[in-house]
Design a binder for this molecule. Structure first.
Ligand code: SF4
Length: 437
């Protein structure tokens, strides 16, 4: 009888990819992967702890698994497992807790687990020192997400990630280059480099860094697009800036977390830069790539953030003219310094501030997108529907839709000319079909 496993993943893109990799480990061991709402012999909940909602949702899914089949082995992994194994083991029915280390041994550990005997395999941060390779999983046959780095040593005062994911560990340089070559051979046109803090890539080795890696990767024959998912401002050294802006293979899309536009708040967050540094960095990027997309993360409601400081943030965002924003409301995380700071901001105030910045972000996105109307842009087609609509992203990460029922275009880089901006995407026509009046 084939054993069935069900995996439920919460949280960020990196976590989602790890969840798919965990499914692959069970498939490789002969398990059938079934939907989480079906009866299974093993349930894995790959948790998130970035906000208290992540913890609560993780507990809900754990309890749901226990109720679904009392005989099943229930295993809990991921960030919440790493930071709070005791809380999880207190939930009746949990048999195994695996933190940020040994996820690649999950099948073996599940098969060793005994129903009703809750075991924690969570290791302290100081014992987490290797980059753990999990199977590559195909979430798209057009764009490949390659995790090159794990962990963080920066300890921003609001962030639980360094406690949940451990210290910086990098996928070895040669292995990363080999992995990209293999993905290109498999037909991927775009490789997205992901991780928890990829600006720190190689720091654990002292031998190479992100710039070294990028300079190797742009030499990979057949690679069409290289996308760097996120780099902190202070890690964009002059050399890295040169590579990021001058190598045509590297997408003109830079996700550079700002977090706050107030220098006072940045200091309290222990972010290692100020707004003047950020402003200069953006100016230097635009000096080489004037139409590049600069996107960012912004946190509102950090303890002590005054109305004036919030207005500074809004004004700075407007001044920079970001192409897109990810907005987060500060969420106190047990064990982080900021959770003990005075002047915690009221939830209703956070809500108002978050809405304000989200609306600002929509306005700035539209301003950014509109500059490409009537301009040729290159789209990597990711989706096709029977009614002839094609969808994909430009190099600067604008979503584009266009109609063409002539050819199969999935996985192709196609030149189109946008004629309008819709809610969240550009409407365009194929250049060949487009007759400029
Ligand atoms: S750099 Fe700061 S915000 Fe980012 S993961 Fe590390 S501690 Fe968290």
């Amino acid at each position: 009888m084939v054993k069935r496993a069900a995996v439920y993943t919460l949280g960020c893109k990196v976590n989602q990819h790890e969840g798919e990799a965990i499914k692959q480990l069970f498939r490789d061991a002969g398990y059938e992967i079934v939907p989480f709402n079906e009866c299974a012999d093993v349930y894995v909940i790959h948790t998130c702890t970035v906000t208290h909602l992540g913890d609560r949702k993780s507990r809900q899914m754990i309890r749901r698994a226990v109720r679904r089949n009392e005989e099943a082995i229930v295993a809990v992994t991921g960030c919440y497992a790493q930071t709070s194994p005791g809380e999880i083991l207190d939930i009746d029915g949990v048999d195994l807790v695996i933190g940020t280390k040994e996820r690649n041994r999950i099948v073996e550990l599940v098969e060793q687990a005994r129903k009703g005997v809750g075991v924690s395999r969570v290791h302290p941060r100081k014992e987490i020192n290797e980059f753990e390779d999990l199977p590559f999983t195909e979430t798209s046959t057009v764009r490949a997400f390659l995790k090159i780095q794990e962990g963080c040593d920066q300890f921003c005062t609001y962030c639980i990630v360094p406690y949940a994911r451990g210290p910086v560990r990098s996928r070895p340089l040669a292995e990363t280059v080999a992995a990209v070559k293999q993905l290109v051979r498999r037909g991927y046109k775009e490789i997205v480099l992901t991780g928890i803090h990829i600006g720190a890539y190689g720091r654990d080795t002292g031998e190479y860094d992100l710039n070294t890696l990028l300079q190797e990767l742009v030499k990979v024959a057949g690679l069409q697009r290289l996308r760097v998912s996120s780099v902190d401002p202070n890690e964009i050294t002059p050399d890295l800036l040169e590579t990021l802006t001058r190598e045509s293979l590297i997408c003109p899309h830079y996700h550079i977390p700002l977090q706050s536009g107030s220098d006072t708040v940045l200091k309290a967050m222990r972010r290692p830069y100020d707004t003047e540094f950020y402003r200069r960095l953006v100016r230097d990027i635009r000096a080489v790539r004037p139409q590049a997309a600069i996107t960012t993360d912004v946190m509102v409601g950090f303890p002590g953030e005054t109305d004036e400081q919030f207005q500074e943030t809004a004004a700075f965002i407007e001044e920079i003219g970001f192409a897109d924003l990810h907005v987060f409301k500060y969420s106190p995380r047990k064990g982080t310094p900021a959770a003990r700071f005075p002047n915690q901001v009221d939830a209703r105030v956070k809500e108002v501030r978050s809405k304000t910045i989200i609306e600002l972000g929509k306005k700035l996105w539209r301003q950014y997108a509109e500059q490409f109307v009537e301009q040729s842009v290159e789209v990597l087609v990711e989706q096709e529907s029977d009614d002839g609509w094609r969808e994909g992203h430009t190099g600067n990460y604008l979503k584009v839709r266009f109609q063409d029922d002539e050819e199969k275009l999935r996985g192709e880089l196609v030149t189109v000319i946008p004629y309008g901006v819709n809610d969240g995407y550009l409407l365009a026509r194929r250049k060949t079909l487009y007759v400029k009046r």
